[in-house]
Ligand binder design. Structure first.
Ligand SMILES: Nc1ncnc2c1ncn2[C@@H]1O[C@H](COP(=O)(O)OP(=O)(O)OP(=O)(O)O)[C@@H](O)[C@H]1O
Ligand SMILES: [Mg+2]
Length: 234
């Protein structure tokens, strides 16, 4: 479904990604893990069009997408739920969700999609009229994810969805992500919660200093010496 090939990215003269290749098949949860500053967010930005790779290519459903504008990439079926949520703080929950449906195909079906999103996140229905900035941290994360789903994505990229959540909510978040996969949405999951992530991921990549250091299925990466030492403290 998605094929990132030999991507380098630059911030001015500073190189953040080096020869990164990654593949996502339809129906998978693929995890991308790595330390602070490894380049995880940079890679998501290179996929969703916020950052243009200096070299290499990104293909989605057989079509080259690097160089396309972010809104065109959303329209093709990739949704990005950014780090830090980036909600419209002074708009209501319902208005934030509606903003996620601003692509042609999704706009026509927004009532139907809204019902589906409310099924996944019932709290967003209950809080529909409330301003986004008055939600709790966990509710804000759910709103960010719900808004991401409003564009009816085929591939959804989540950047650290468990960040700042209490343990019970973290478990709930991973349950929801698995549920989305079971509904047919392919997922690229960036996380620092490595143990949980590798348990739910079909496959995973470890990014170190802008390079892919390891890849494999989630369960076998949990056994890898590098992962156990560097990310699980074992
Ligand atoms: N806008 C920018 N301008 C310059 N350098 C940047 C910019 N954004 C990121 N970087 C640098 O690129 C590298 C990768 O950053 P990135 O945000 O992709 O890491 P990350 O893996 O997402 O980290 P975290 O887990 O802390 O979110 C870092 O060295 C960072 O300082
Ligand atoms: Mg990041």
């Amino acid at each position: 479904m998605l094929e990132v090939s030999n991507v380098d990215t630059l911030y001015g003269k500073a190189q953040a990604l080096w020869d990164v290749s990654l593949r996502i098949d339809e129906g998978e949860i693929v995890a991308l893990v790595g330390a602070n500053g490894a380049g995880k967010t940079t890679l998501l930005n290179a996929i969703c069009g916020l950052l243009r790779p200096a070299s290499g290519s990104v293909e989605f459903l057989g079509e080259r997408i690097d160089g396309l504008a972010p809104h065109s990439i959303v329209a093709l079926g990739i949704s990005h739920v950014p780090e830090g949520r980036r909600l419209f703080a002074d708009m209501s929950v319902s208005e934030n969700l509606e903003m996620g449906a601003y692509v042609d195909q999704a706009w026509k079906r927004k009532e139907e999609t809204l019902r589906q999103v409310h099924q996944v996140f019932p709290i967003l229905k209950e809080r529909g009229g409330q301003l986004a900035r008055t939600l709790s941290g966990g509710e804000q994360q759910m709103l960010a994810m719900g808004r991401g789903l409003m564009s009816r994505p085929k591939l959804c990229m989540f950047d650290e969805p468990s960040y700042g959540l209490a343990p019970l909510l973290v478990a709930e978040m991973f349950r929801i992500i698995k549920g989305l996969r079971d509904q047919g949405i392919t997922i690229l999951l960036v996380e620092q919660n490595v143990r949980h992530t590798l348990e739910v991921a079909d496959r995973a990549y470890v990014l170190e200093n802008g390079r892919i250091a390891l890849e494999g299925d989630g369960k076998s990466l949990l056994q890898e010496e590098l992962v156990r030492k560097a990310y699980l403290g074992l």
